[in-house]
Structures are given as C-alpha cells and as structure tokens.
Design a protein around this ligand. Sequence first.
Ligand code: GLY
Length: 420
Amino acid sequence: MNILVLGSGAREHSMVHALARSPSVHQIIACPGNVGMSGISICRRVPFKDNAELVRYCKDKVVLAVVGSSKYVEDGTVDALALAGIPVIGPAEDAGRIETSKAFASKFIARHHLPAPRTHIVVNAVEIAAAFKADPKIRVVKCDGFSHGLGVAVAETLEDAKSAALKFLKRHGAPLILQERLEGVECSYTILTDGQQWVSFSSCRDYKRADDGETGPTTGGMGAVSPSPDLTPELDRRIVETIVQPVVNGMKADNLLYRGFLSIQLMLTAEGPKILEFNARLGDPETQSILTRFRGDLAGLLKDCAMGCLTSVGSEVAFGRHSAVSVVVAREGYPDNEATDPVVRGFDKICDSLVFFSNCRRSENSEDYRFKSGRLISVTAVGETLEEARDKCYKDIARLELDRVKYRLDIGQANGSGLE
Ligand code: GLY
C-alpha cells in the first residue's frame, strides 16, 4: 500500500522509518517531509500548498494518511482527507478539540468524572476573583487554545497565580483554565483507538526542560524514554481502568469520531494517576522512542484503525521488553537565544543508534544540513535495559562532529528526574 505521512519533523521521520519496515508498504509519501528522510528508499517527499491540492494528489494514490502534528487536525486537513474517502490516522477537527481546546478537554474530564486536578473555567475578571476566593490552592493558569508554549503559567504563590490569570485574560482572551498544582512524576501514556476499540502504544517519560536536572525554560522536549521507568504493572492497570477505558467510553458517549493516537499526559500522584492534558497525536520526541521499540506491522495496524476495525482491546501491541532512549540535539541557546548555523556532521560514524532529523534541507554542493527549527536531530537507541539504550545513545552522540549545539546529559539517567 501507499501511505501518506503529513509533517516535516523528527517525529515524522521516525514514523516514516517505522512504516518502511511494514511488509505491506509499497511507497511512503512524506508531505512535505524533510531531506533527512532521503535515506529511506521507498519514501518520496512531496510539497503541498493547501488541503484541496493535497486531496487531489492523494485521491486514488494513497490508501492511508498518517498525521504527525495536530496542526493538520486544527486546520481541517484531516477532515478534508476523510471527506474524500481517504482513511486517516488523526481525529476529526471536533474530536481533536480534546487537545486544541483546554476548556473542551476540561469539560470532557468533568462530564466523565475522570481523575484530574481541581479545575475552574473562567471567562472574565469577576469569575477569576470568585474562583481564587473559593479555591486558594489554584497555582496553574492555562489559556484555551494553542499559544506556542506560552499558554501555561505555573505560579509559586497565590498572588502570582492571580496576576498570571489577569495577564493571560488580557493576552489570550477567555476562557481560561485555573487549576491546583499537582505533585508527582509525569508520565505519558499513549493509545491507538478507532473510537470503539483501543490498543496501548506504551508509555514514556519526556524531559521538557532545556537543562539537566529538569531546570531551565520549558521546551518542545529534550528527550524521551520509553517505556516510562515509573510505570509499574499495577499503575498500568490502574491507568487503564480509571483513565484509558473511561476516556474511550466518554468519546463514544459524546459521539466524537476519534481515530488515531491519543497521548494522555499524566501526573502520577500519591492519590493515583491524574490527567494533565491530552495530545491528539504522538509527541515529539516521544514518537522516536516509542516507534523504535515497535515490532510488528505498523501500517496494517494503522490501516485497521483508520477503517474503524481495530480488533484487540487494551493489550500492548508488539512492544518487547526493550527500552528506548531518545536524546534531542538542539541549537546552542535553545529555546530562548538560539545560535545560528549549528554544525551537525559525521553521521557515518554512528554505530548503534538511529538519527531522526527535524525540518532541514541540504544544498546541492554541500554535505551539511541546514535546519529550520531549534531542535535539530533526535538520536535514538534501543537496549535490553534502559542503561544499555542510554549508553549506546550517548556514545553515538559523542561520535558526531557538533558545534553550536546543546543536549542534555541526563536523559534516562537513574536520578535524571522528569519531575516537575
Ligand atoms: N514533547 C511534547 C509534545 O510533543 O507535545
């Protein structure tokens, strides 16, 4: 079969890599893809202008479209492909609001009695004042929609939380979501669902802060480990019973047609796992760790899902006991003060890892990659243990020729905390 992969980052590079291992895949069309994918012989990169052009191109050519970024959910690309009869891995725009609108997600959580931080949805200064009076434990302020990482404030004091709420109201508008701050360890739990059945796509610990020891500014992600070292079989069972199955049931009850990956960001608290947020997609760099561990016919499974005929419920599909570690190499100064012209060379010296490229290009007369984003590559290794995967990954990074870049040294380290 011919498969379309939508996106241009390291996440989509790892999707193309995993799909290329499926026996049923004849060709992968990456739209727009990136030049790092050129090593995968069955992958063609095709630019696209708009949804109409994409649908025209795909009609009668691809049997499955796989969406990377939720941008394609929000801008209607998923709906346009589905309307043209192309099976898609990615939710319809209304079901995708579980990620794209935090107010929608909070109402969904409340309606289905799911475990989450205490939450207030407010629309003006009077309601903000009333919420803080009723609940002096509020410390987290979120705006409703996408805000390029600037839409969440975690305050130390009540006063700081109040002023963040008023600032957010002015900057982002209503509604705002006000929450208590949870203590614990973060864990991301991913499922693939066709809206009726679901299969587990394992767990991850991701490292959001720029610097070692979870310090520095929040980033898109500096690394990920899969499975999460914090997830015991007992916790896994509890997450399935109290969160995953009720979420899938809730979407069915609400008539939301959700077909695709759903990553549930959790805080593992002393009272049990609680939902921080939903991502209507696989995360980046979480995908790189998860899919590198996957053993099986990914394309076949995704096609069944997109057609609404997933068969197995709940079991973790085709993941062995292996661990994967993915370390992001970013521009020096990322995310606040990024260096220009970072150098990343020497890929032929890599022994035991896979390198997934973020959006980049290469000029005809140069071997060097020119990157468009702050995050450059994800170096990903699999091992029988987390320690083995980590060791392979960092040894390979040391073999690269790097300049004007940064990466964390504590991804997957026993005491390298993913704690918030
Ligand atoms: N790594 C976080 C995300 O993909 O949203």
